[in-house]
Ligand binder design. Structure first.
Ligand code: COA
Length: 709
């Protein structure tokens, strides 16, 4: 079910059957035929209904096998219990894709029937979209095979949605906002085709410039991530995911029958893949519309032109929030704008033309930004004034937008009364990026810049793992053979050693001589701990000695430990003492890797102690990770400056953390039978002095096999 597929015939079918086509305008089977005709689909449409007759002037066939020409797609709109039978007829008719609108499968608990349908279809060379969907629109075939309200405009944004109701509502919204679509795909239960398959087509579709994904839960997330990583090198991808909150996640889970992945992981992985994550549908629409039309900026420097100081400051704040870099060359700014503002205006960025600015001043200022090689994007703000009327400003704005178009990105934000609001609406309908709210304008420009940075990113170089996988597997297997789904401390240390993760050296000494020679071998200072299954609280029993600096101290401590433990519990069986390297203090970090239910192998990094427990200051990545990506993850946490060295402290050995992170990522990717591995703490020393893992825990799970990516 996961192999790459060519599903072009789903988007550009030569002929389409509508099984369950009805002459009753209240039925979905009618609406689909109506939309197919209205959208201008040029291929043959075959309405299918055992009753025969005619629908919207088209003859109705009793069965799909009666179709005279090729049927690449069959839209199925009959009750669930009849769908399998319809699929059998489709197989006979050589249909390539089933678009199953019908509800009543896995989303209500009937996963068996869904599986049966998919298995049959795949055996007969058919792919299944759905079930439980509202259909598919494809501009490439001028085909609206949905039961939505119709009126979809062709354009450059592709929407792929898991939610049906929201998807249908989006059709109305795209029309209201004049947002043109290249495709709209409802994926519903994702029984066979999922986001990744659909993305495979959209990646190659020239009309699609922006992809907007609405996701509720992720299945086969590693495959999705791999696909997204490739696409975002060439196209903008915006994602909205419901289930951010815990309650939301539960609602999403019960809604589609699939579990929403933990949001932090989703968020991190999307960032890793270069995907823009919107927080609301409105934001996603704003971005998608802007990105579909905006040229890529020729560089990082944006300039704000305003006639109001306050709104300029708001825009500056927003630029910081959305990571838009404001051009800062003061002499150049002064020279560029000195002719267009009164003496009391400010040519600092934001360039404040003041309330006295006339339309011509605006025009000159915008022309200056457009023609300056140092200025790469423009944010034009306007507060309603008494000096010139809104109409004049609207025509200036249209002219300027046309001049900027295809050269440099520009966004506008207008603030004022009723006339301004009406103008904003009119201009938006014309497809000009005008916003009532400054933050919305800047967030759109910020999205373009974020995507621009992703588009230009270098290919990630992944080093091959260097550890001995078979030797590690042997350790795991011996734990399994012992009936355990966890590794004992010495087994985990053994794995750590095989991975090249440095742990404190330690040996169990059975007598004083062995203790002394172990200490000499390890090097001072050392710690000693009693080894006895009868003594659980070693410190209480006086069974621990720290910071032993030399041979004499080891001898004294050994004797003291034996004495106190005997006094504590006379009949305790004492095997000896563990002599271990005394670990120096450093920055305590946590590194983990696990099989995530949605994304498969993932790695996690955080600072130890309160940083991870109280502040939840952690970052995630889909594994395996390159050195560069591991460093991105590490530098993403808020407490990262502690590793860089604060208040005169030296920079820590971040390279060692990167190395452990990449190693753990490779490990859980190669050994899918490891469900969790946690290195906690990994004590990181000054640059050049490495890091030491004090504890390594490994849990085993079910090996679900490697997902192809
Ligand atoms: N082949 C062709 N036509 C068939 C058929 C078959 N094997 N079996 C029945 N039909 C005909 C019916 O006779 C009917 O035609 P008619 O209006 O001329 O009588 C038509 O197909 C539809 O069947 P009907 O039984 O009337 O079903 P319906 O239209 O009430 O409901 C669904 C069918 C698919 C819409 C419904 O079962 C369903 O799943 N609804 C939810 C859809 C949904 O919300 N999807 C998710 C959106 S996000």
């Amino acid at each position: 079910m996961n192999e790459q597929t060519d599903i072009r015939s789903l988007f550009e079918p030569r002929g389409v059957a509508v099984i369950g086509a009805s002459s009753n305008p209240a039925k979905i089977g009618y609406k689909i035929v109506e939309n197919m005709i209205a959208s201008g689909y040029q291929g043959e449409i075959y309405p299918i209904n055992p009753k025969g007759g005619e629908i919207l002037g088209r003859p109705v066939l009793k069965s799909v096998v009666d179709a005279a020409g090729p049927v690449d797609m069959a839209v199925i709109t009959i009750p669930a219990q009849f769908v399998y039978g319809a699929a059998e007829e489709c197989a006979q008719a050589g249909v390539k894709n089933l678009v199953v609108i019908t509800s009543g499968f896995s989303e209500v608990g009937d996963a068996e029937e869904e599986k049966r349908l998919v298995e049959f279809s795949r055996q007969h060379g058919m792919r299944v979209l759905g079930p439980n969907i509202f259909g598919i629109y494809s501009a490439a075939a001028a085909m609206d095979a949905t039961f939505g309200p119709g009126g979809i405009l062709p354009g450059h944004v592709a929407i792929v949605t898991q939610s049906g109701a929201l998807g249908i509502a989006m059709i109305g919204k795209t029309a209201a906002e004049s947002l043109g679509l290249s495709a709209l795909v409802s994926i519903g239960n994702k029984s066979d085709l999922d986001e990744a398959d659909v993305l495979g087509y959209l990646a190659e579709d020239d009309a699609t410039k922006v992809i907007l994904l609405y996701i509720e839960g992720v299945k086969n997330g590693d495959r999705l991530a791999a696909m997204l990583k490739q696409i975002t090198k060439r196209k903008h991808v915006v994602v909205i995911k419901s289930g951010r909150s815990k309650r939301g996640a539960m609602a999403a889970a019960s809604h589609t029958g699939s579990l929403a992945g933990a949001d932090d992981i989703f968020d991190s992985v999307m960032r890793q893949c270069g995907v823009l994550r919107a927080t609301s549908v409105q934001e996603a629409f704003n971005w998608a519309r802007f990105l579909a039309d905006a040229p890529l900026p020729p560089g990082p420097n944006a300039v704000i032109i305003t006639n109001g100081g306050g709104i300029g400051v708001l825009a500056t704040d927003a630029c910081e929030l959305y990571n838009v870099n404001l051009y800062d060359d003061q002499p150049k700014l002064r020279e560029t704008f000195k002719g267009v503002m009164p003496d009391f205006g400010s040519s600092k960025n934001p360039v404040d033309l003041t309330e006295q600015a006339a339309v011509d001043d605006y025009a000159q200022a915008l022309d200056a930004v457009r023609t300056s090689p140092e200025m790469h994007a423009c944010l034009a703000l306007y507060c309603e004034t008494a000096l010139f009327d809104t109409e004049q400003f609207a025509s200036l704005l249209r002219r300027q937008y046309a001049r900027f178009r295809g050269k440099k990105p520009i966004v506008f934000s207008l603030f004022g009364g009723e006339k301004i609001e009406a103008t904003t609406q009119t201009l938006r309908k014309e497809g000009i990026p005008v916003f009532a709210d400054v933050y919305e304008a800047v967030s759109s420009l910020g999205a373009l810049y974020q995507s621009w940075r992703n588009l230009g990113r270098e290919e990630d170089v992944l080093d091959e793992p260097t550890f001995d996988v078979e030797a590690i597997r042997a350790v795991l297997q011996s734990a399994r053979a012992d009936g355990r789904s966890f590794l004992l401390a010495d087994e985990a240390s053994n794995v750590a050693e095989l991975l090249g993760i440095s742990m404190p050296r330690s040996t169990v000494a059975r007598n004083l001589e062995e203790a002394v020679s172990a200490a000499e071998d390890i090097g001072y200072p050392v710690v000693m701990k009693v080894v006895s299954k009868d003594i659980i609280h070693k410190s209480d029993a006086g069974g621990v000695a720290l910071d032993l600096e030399n041979r004499e101290e080891v001898i004294d401590a050994f004797q003291a430990i034996m004495r106190s433990c005997r006094a504590y519990k006379a009949d305790a069986a004492i095997e000896g003492v563990e002599v271990a390297e005394m670990v120096k203090a450093g920055v305590e970090t946590i590194l983990g890797a696990r099989q995530d239910a949605s994304f498969g192998p993932t790695v996690m990094f955080g600072l130890g102690g309160i940083y991870v427990e109280v502040m939840k200051d952690v970052a995630f990545r889909a594994a395996p990770v390159s050195n560069k990506e591991a460093l991105n993850m590490i530098s993403e946490i808020r407490s990262y400056p502690l590793l860089l060295g604060v208040r005169g402290e030296k920079r820590k050995d971040i390279e060692s953390v990167v190395q452990v992170a990449t190693t753990l990522g490779h490990l859980v990717n190669v050994c899918r039978e490891i469900s969790d591995i946690e290195v906690n703490p990994l004590v990181v020393y000054d640059h050049g002095n490495g890091a030491k893992a004090l504890d390594v825990r490994i849990l085993l799970g079910e090996d679900k096999g490697v997902n192809p990516s």
